[in-house]
Design a protein around this ligand. Structure first.
Ligand code: SAM
Length: 323
């Protein structure tokens, strides 16, 4: 296992497989960012090679994200190959779910068992407004198909946006009484200044907790070592659970265990990093696995103690860094 300078074990790699997305969420705006040329994007063999190297360094948790990972050609093949690598204990994907209804079975057959689906509203009109695409029903069908196919857990990521979905918190939370899903409310982070005004639309997750009390007795689920940063809750009689991610109001940097690989082959030790370490160029020039490892170690050695998102706002949205 590899530790950073603040003694945090680092074993989780988030891999962005593409910078492209088929949505234009107001808080991400991928369409405003120049797309990377295809030749700059890591090929599947390169991603698999990096995953193998990471596993040999002690990484065992991997998530595929993007951009939208399901629009990358033949993503099933990548999942199939990664899921066969020994030593991986946890492989998951984050998707907007627009293509999930038709792909869920293939992804499951390829070895994927956990899935996070982003859905900020249950109102089709609002969905179109936030994402720029009329696809609410497609996503909803994708969620139902994922449950039918056997994914567990199926998580729904909801970014809390004041003025957009604060009136739907209870309706979204109530889904856990009808479905065995995990609803995660995530605080809106000021990642890119070119998106929805953070000062106007930020909402702390505490608001969710206050509202949840209306649904019954809330029981906190004691954290397990495999948990991410979410505080997890059950409500008497529910099939699923609620998770609250307080990235802004109560940052969890002290327990951060992840680094990121961007779709163009850069290692970022923190979402808010200003520095990133290129491994694509050395990889393509035939560098040894030991050399690639040394770059990953160097990036980890520079993982900041915490993020300073206010002083150094990132100019790239999540779609480009990898959500
Ligand atoms: N396309 C996939 C999806 O929609 O899930 C994966 C990439 S997306 C960037 C990953 C997650 O990041 C989504 O749940 C999205 O809502 C979230 N996200 C994007 N920008 C964000 C921000 N500024 N603050 C909080 N979450 C954000």
């Amino acid at each position: 296992m590899i530790y950073d300078p603040y003694n945090r074990p680092i074993y989780y790699l988030r891999i962005s497989v593409t910078d492209r997305c088929n949505l234009k969420c107001l808080y991400c705006r991928p369409e405003r960012i120049k797309k990377l040329p295809h030749a700059e994007i890591l090929r599947y063999e390169e991603i698999i090679h990096i995953v193998r190297i990471a596993v040999s360094m002690g990484f065992y948790k991997f998530r595929l994200t993007g951009g939208e990972p399901l629009i990358r050609n033949n993503i099933k093949l990548l999942i199939e190959r990664i899921s066969k690598i020994g030593g991986i204990k946890d492989l998951s994907i984050t998707t907007n779910g627009t293509l999930l209804a038709e792909m869920a079975k293939d992804l499951y057959d390829a070895g994927l068992r956990r899935i996070n689906i982003s859905l900020d509203t249950l109102n089709p009109e609002k969905y179109r407004y936030i994402t720029g695409v009329d696809a609410f029903l497609r996503v909803w069908n994708g969620i139902k198909t994922a449950l039918e196919v056997g994914f567990s857990p199926v998580r729904i990521n909801v970014v809390l946006l004041k003025g957009f979905n604060d009136d739907e918190i209870l309706d979204l939370a109530k889904l856990i009484f009808d479905y065995p899903i995990h609803i995660r409310f995530i605080e809106y982070m000021p990642i890119s200044p070119q998106t929805l005004d953070h000062s106007k639309h930020f909402l702390p997750v505490d608001i969710v907790k206050e509202k949840l009390a209306k649904l019954g007795k809330i029981n906190e689920i004691s954290p397990s070592p495999s948990d991410g940063p979410a505080k997890r809750y059950k409500i008497t009689g529910c099939l699923g659970e609620i998770g609250l991610i307080s990235a802004m109001s109560n940052p969890f940097c002290h327990s951060c265990n992840r680094i990121r690989l961007t779709s163009d082959g850069k290692i970022r030790p923190c979402l808010f990093s200003q520095r990133q370490w290129d491994i694509k160029v050395p990889l393509r020039s035939g560098a040894s696995s030991e050399f690639i490892k040394s770059i990953i170690r160097e990036a980890i050695a520079h993982k900041p103690r915490g993020h300073n998102y206010i002083k150094i706002p990132n100019r790239l949205p999540m779609s480009r860094i990898g959500g």
